[in-house]
Design a protein around this ligand. Structure first.
Ligand SMILES: Nc1ncnc2c1ncn2[C@@H]1O[C@H](COP(=O)(O)OP(=O)(O)OP(=O)(O)O)[C@@H](O)[C@H]1O
Ligand SMILES: [Mg+2]
Length: 252
């Protein structure tokens, strides 16, 4: 049996002595969009931050169980965490471009990873911006300050920045919640294009968005993965009564 691109095995997680995730077993399918939904505080952000070990940056946390990325347990002591984060990129709720030019935002990562050739860097800039559906809007102002772009453009720039170092997985934590409907639908379209080449895991409070764009949905509740399956199944015919209540808007 082949493994999914990310899989967890009885994953548990604590902030200090407070357990936040309980025995999570989730398969993340390659070249698909997985949406994580659930009420505030149920552990969605905590879970996706585990996929590239971002929680390591917080003191006093503990993780048990295993998380496999391409079949390798990323919580093994000898894991190269920088390499992992290169492969598993992250997009946040609030667009957070670096305070530098559009172009420098994209070349920052590749330079850090040893790319110095100007032509090569220019090619990475164009390719990343094209893939993030931003090239046409910024090609004539690559040297403007990134923070002068609109919120939606800044978010696509952050996606382009993540793409510049050739990730396999993109983690997105409520990537559209700070955006207007038009900027939101651009990001949604983009996610659908990106899954051809990448694997996307997104957290959303927007049920319509989860339904529209995701192939798989995980419903989390109080730190547990209450239900996981094909999005259509989870929304239209869920196994769990709690899931049914949540997706029909009875609580949340
Ligand atoms: N850095 C932290 N230190 C301590 N506790 C934390 C920390 N971050 C999150 N928590 C707690 O862990 C639990 C899960 O939080 P998490 O942010 O993963 O939830 P979430 O599902 O993403 O919620 P939301 O939908 O509001 O973003 C919550 O009880 C939260 O208070
Ligand atoms: Mg969150």
């Amino acid at each position: 049996m082949t493994m999914d691109i990310i899989e967890t095995d009885d994953l548990c997680f604590w902030y200090g002595d407070k357990q936040t995730l309980f025995d999570i077993n989730i398969p993340i399918k390659k070249n698909a969009i997985t949406a994580l939904i659930g009420p505030s505080g149920c552990g969605k952000s905590t879970l996706i931050r585990i996929f590239n070990r971002m929680n390591d940056l917080i003191d006093g946390t503990k993780t048990t169980g295993a998380v496999f990325f391409n079949g390798e347990n990323i919580y093994k002591p000898d894991t190269d965490v920088l390499r992992l984060r290169k492969r598993v990129g992250m997009i946040f709720q609030k667009p957070n471009p670096f305070p530098m030019t559009v172009k420098d935002n994209i070349t920052y990562g590749p330079k850090l990873h040893g790319v110095n050739d100007r032509k090569e860097l220019d090619a990475i800039v164009e390719e990343s911006l094209r893939k993030a559906a931003l090239w046409d809007e910024v090609k004539d102002r690559l040297n403007t300050f990134a923070l002068s772009l609109s919120g939606g453009q800044q978010q696509r720039l952050c996606i382009a920045r993540a793409l510049s170092i050739n990730p396999q997985v993109l983690l997105m934590d409520e990537p559209t919640s700070a955006l207007d409907p038009i900027a939101t639908s651009k990001i949604e379209e983009l996610a659908l294009e990106l899954k051809e080449e990448y694997t996307v895991v997104t957290v959303t409070h927007n049920m319509q968005q989860a339904r529209r764009i995701s192939d798989y949905t995980g419903f989390m509740y109080l730190g547990k993965l209450e239900e996981f399956g094909r999005t259509k199944h989870v929304f239209d015919n869920p196994d769990s009564k709690l899931t049914k209540k949540y997706v029909s808007g009875i609580f949340g």
